[in-house]
Design a protein around this ligand. Sequence first.
Ligand code: CA
Length: 322
Amino acid sequence: MLLRNILCTVILGLVMTTSALADPVIIAHRGASGYLPEHTLEAYTLAHALGADYIEQDVVLTKDGHFICLHDIHLESTTNVEEVFPDRAREDGNWYAIDFTLAEIKTLQAHERLDKRFPKDKSDFEVPTFREAVELIQGLNASRGKDVGIYPELKGPAFHEKEGQPVEEKLLAILAEYGYEGPDANVFVQCFETPPLLRIRKELNSELPLIQLISGNKIQAPLLTDDGLKNVATYANGIGPDKMLLKKYPDLVQRAHDNGLEVHPYTIRRDAVAKPYKNTQSEIKSYFYQLKVDGMFFDFPDDAVRVIRQHAQDAKKEEKSE
Ligand code: CA
């Protein structure tokens, strides 16, 4: 019994040391979206080349039931849908992806969302399907000898359900087809809505790693309490909070860890550094090494790669001088 206790302590100690030493994972937010229009195969390719550990896809369905990679449930913020299909907006003035077939969406040009990034009228990008994204990343993994993961977010599952196209089973089926099954699959499935995550874990009995996204919205505040986190831990592997929530609740990472949850906040952007940081490096360092997050979303994933490299070099120097 004593021996077993000692062994347990040693193993636990080892596990804790390894997890304390593990580098935070770098998630490329909508691909390397700081450099190329978000959710294009080009942005995913660059994210792979720049050293991201995971590449994010937001997914919505087309009218004919194909998952495409798109941040919004409508098309006009990142494509030229208004020009190509001027009379296809709904009464609320939005062009919903679910009202268009994949063939129609493939005729659109995707463009940059933000100013002062990739010029909006240059080059030629299209909206990829989720399958195309996965095949690209798996292909690059094979040709580059890497194991970069995917990080799909179900966008608006309640909206899709209302439109008669539930998304959860469909996503799991595609993931399984491409080999993403079980708790060790190189994927995180994320969602702001809780019911789809509950459904994936408890009704569809999937063991895939799941992330409960948490915005600064008051409605989601109960998730941040101790009871809330305890409950999240019954169906998810981690939380993806708005990064500002960690400033508001500096003990959030520790409380999430106490419940066995990983913490992957969003999003760090070199061209929108949050106060009071003087540059993106100091912002990244603060989340990685003071707040001790397990991973984070980046528009410019190479910035995080550089911070981790520098940190390792500094640690080596310290070791030598000791
Ligand atoms: Ca997302």
